[in-house]
Design a protein around this ligand. Structure first.
Ligand SMILES: [Zn+2]
Length: 237
């Protein structure tokens, strides 16, 4: 495995995730660093996160509404230029033609060089945790939408002009091959994650230190203070 520190900043980047807090937790330091470096950053959130609670009496609509404002606040902190909220029901994502069409349309509008999305092959994390179904589904849907669909004009011909994404950066990967130095933006990532009050409860400080520890651990792999790891897949030569 080659250890690569990724320094270049894409002109445009599109992050595709399932739930309102996913992009911040998965790649918030990278999105903020790219935005500071001049990248135009767009974020797609596929579900409204309306089942993200342990309270049986919670109102799903109220929860979804508060999660929208949390996502808007965190996007501002990260310097996101466009937030696309698809509003699908939480826990029910399918990598079907309808979702791929929505993603293709956004890819063709934004025309990013880079997409960032979950690694769909990351399923089991140790002995106590496995990856949320929506994360696995959106991981495949984003890749399937980027290539070949978005780059091939005969796929969804009424969803914009074909666009070739250059590379996909898959977060949460068990097999990372590139690292982004987020030493300058780790605090901003933590600030963005802390916007998601509906998800954090009293765990704000615990999450902040877990995020810092995780990024510090990743940074050690490549000799920097804090990093986020990705599996990079080239989609174009
Ligand atoms: Zn999630």
């Amino acid at each position: 495995m080659s250890e690569t520190l990724l320094d270049e900043v894409p002109g445009k980047a599109l992050a595709v995730y399932a739930h309102p807090d996913d992009p911040d937790i998965s790649c918030g330091g990278t999105l903020a660093r790219w935005a500071v470096g001049g990248s135009l950053v767009h974020v797609v959130i596929c579900t409204s996160g309306d089942k993200g609670t342990t309270d049986p009496d919670a109102d799903p609509e109220l929860l979804a509404a508060s999660r929208v404002s949390e996502a808007q606040r965190s996007a501002e902190i990260l310097g996101v230029n466009g937030l696309h909220l698809l509003g699908h029901p939480d826990g029910e994502l399918e990598n079907d033609k309808a979702l791929r069409r929505e993603l293709v349309q956004i890819i063709r509008e934004v025309r990013p060089e880079a997409i960032i999305s979950p690694d769909p092959l990351a399923v089991f994390f140790g002995e106590h945790h496995y990856n949320h179904r929506d994360h696995r589904v959106v991981g495949w849907a984003a890749l399937d939408a980027a290539a070949p669909a978005a780059s091939s004009p005969l796929y969804f011909p009424d969803a914009g002009a074909a666009h070739q994404v250059t590379a996909a950066y898959l977060s949460g990967s068990l097999e990372p091959n590139v690292w982004v130095d987020v030493s300058s933006t780790i605090d901003r990532k933590i600030q963005a994650v802390s916007c998601h009050r509906s998800q954090l409860g009293d765990a704000n400080e615990w999450i902040a230190s877990a995020l810092r520890d995780g990024a510090e651990h990743a940074g050690r792999e490549v000799g920097v203070g804090f990093a986020e790891p990705f599996r990079r897949i080239w989609l174009a030569p």
